[in-house]
Write a protein that binds this ligand. Sequence first.
Ligand SMILES: [Zn+2]
Length: 414
Amino acid sequence: MNPPHDALVSFPVGCCECGWETSVQSPLEPARCGRCGTPMALRPRHRPDPELFRRSPRSLWDYAPMLPARNPDGAITLGEGATPLVSAPRLARRAGLAELRVKNESVNPTGSFKDRQVSVGVTCAREAGFDTAAVVSSGNVAVAAAAYCARAEMRAVLFMHAHAGTGKIAQAAACGARVFRVESDSPDQVFGLCREACKKFGWAHLSTAGIYAPACVEGARTIAYELWQQYGGDLPDWIVAPVGGGGLMGGIWRGLTDLQQAGLISRLPRLAGVQAAGCAPLTRALAEGWTPLEALSRPWPNPKTIAGGIADDILFDAHTVLPALRQTNGMAISVPDPEIRDAACLLAREEGLLAEPTAAVLFAALPYLPRTDTTRVCCVLTGHGLKDLPFFAHLTHPLETIPPRFAALEKALS
Ligand SMILES: [Zn+2]
């Protein structure tokens, strides 16, 4: 019997280190470079078409030709992407910047940018016939996987880190996922368990780590496309994003190169990856001049930070995030927890934006960014503060309780 037509579709992959190219049959299968052994990244199946990027998107699936799905009409979607770009003038003044804008990814359906990644991953998994998907997560990927698997009528099995917040666990469990909290401080060990389970049980591995599931980091490309559209083609000097495994920054960079190939930009913005000082493998890898393979073999010892969403001991997407920063003359910034805490409060107080600590790292990093009074910066706010309300609750003043009398209010205000 002939295979169905779409089974003949192959997906180009390339090595960002040496440029070697080949193709794979499944966008969920990891591939290593035949020349230098570095993990390879997916490349779009179609040449970037300038007209595709000129239209205002309604969701990331308007960029379907750049995504690895075989049949985008069957995409598993909750309306992810097409997020707003919000100006932050008070923080800009405070940081000495000409302009600061926030790409507000926290308004995605489950409250984080991971919806872009997981929508693509679950779509690919369902196309491949999987009925169960498993992920490793500190929270946001788990929540997204639970929601998109529910939408796809698939089962979700979630391996959550020991530090995962109860709010995110509840959010995932509400969508019917099977949730396990794994007792280990090392995300790498949790990945080992998830990979073994996927192999033995025939589940799709949809963790957003390009080294294990290349399709699951492709959705981040579309952030670059949207920014180009929202900035009217005049991209800022810096794009700043949090880095855990590195898939977000690696995806934004590859999206920018798509725009360049389409002839829409001549220079790429500089990219700054932000980590917490208590888990900063990117900063270390850049400082030491490590290759992606060297970075992958050297986990950060004892990750410890309030920014749990980026407490990855390994740069699982070292193969894209390292070239992203090196080729854009970018930089890594690591910020201590007290500065992250202050930045989260400042962002809420001055701009009305509530960011979880993992996203608030960006605003703590602004003072470390090279800048002049003409510098324009875009921060990719990755996750909503509503996911971590206990973090804010203990920062607020004790709640004042008053009787329903004007005199009591007057006295309290005085
Ligand atoms: Zn290579």
